[in-house]
Design a protein around this ligand. Structure first.
Ligand SMILES: CC(C)(COP(=O)(O)OP(=O)(O)OC[C@H]1O[C@@H](n2cnc3c(N)ncnc32)[C@H](O)[C@@H]1OP(=O)(O)O)[C@@H](O)C(=O)NCCC(=O)NCCS
Length: 173
């Protein structure tokens, strides 16, 4: 699928456009990163400077790998609902590609992360030709496990990840 509305648009679902993230998204990202509930399973909330570093990391991945996390924009209103996409991760010495998803709390419970994650899965398999995708999930993060399962991933094993034991969910094409 070629982007339809310019080079920054990657793909779309029924309700969302996934497009490349830019520094202009930092304010919206802070609605996730400054929310202790959304960041419950991350080491801490993030400062604005850290959010800028996050965007630089994501944009570096676009250049280096041709994919990364994308901004999920609600078509109906143009609102930034969250971020979802594919990021390479090194897990216990293996290169994996993770389906990642972090959404603003006010957009939880409407199926948007599930649809965005499913579209990212299809993009990874069909467009990028990847044969395996994973998600790295804190054992207590039940909503995230549910998204992974709805996307077709299965619990594979526990792995060491930044000093914690984390559940690795995976799917092969
Ligand atoms: C993980 C996260 C994205 C999940 O968000 P979510 O709101 O549960 O995701 P969804 O809306 O796709 O979940 C679907 C829920 O909405 C409901 N829903 C409503 N309309 C729906 C629709 N059209 N399609 C699918 N589900 C729908 C489902 O029944 C489901 O409820 P359930 O979990 O009780 O079964 C969110 O909690 C988040 O951003 N957390 C913070 C960041 C984070 O931890 N990310 C994961 C790191 S591994």
């Amino acid at each position: 699928m070629e982007p339809k509305d310019g080079p920054d648009k990657i793909l779309e679902t029924e309700r969302l456009v996934l497009r490349q993230m830019t520094m202009a998204d930092v304010d919206a990202l802070m609605d996730i990163f400054s929310d202790p509930e959304a960041m419950r399973y991350y080491p801490s909330t993030k400062s604005r400077e850290e959010a800028k570093g996050w965007v630089r990391w994501v944009r570096h991945s676009y250049e280096e790998n041709g994919f990364g996390l994308w901004a999920a924009i609600l078509m109906e209103t143009g609102e930034f609902t969250g971020q979802c996409g594919l990021m390479p991760q090194e897990v216990e010495g293996h290169r994996e590609v993770e389906i990642g998803y972090l959404f603003l709390r006010r957009f939880w419970g409407r199926g948007l992360p599930t649809k965005a994650a499913y579209a990212s899965r299809s993009y990874g398999f069909r467009r990028l030709g990847l044969d395996r995708l994973v998600s790295l999930i804190d054992p207590a993060n039940v909503p995230s496990k549910r998204v992974a399962e709805r996307v077709g991933m299965k619990f594979e094993k526990k792995v060491n990840w930044y000093g914690k034991r984390i559940c690795l969910y995976s799917i092969t094409s």
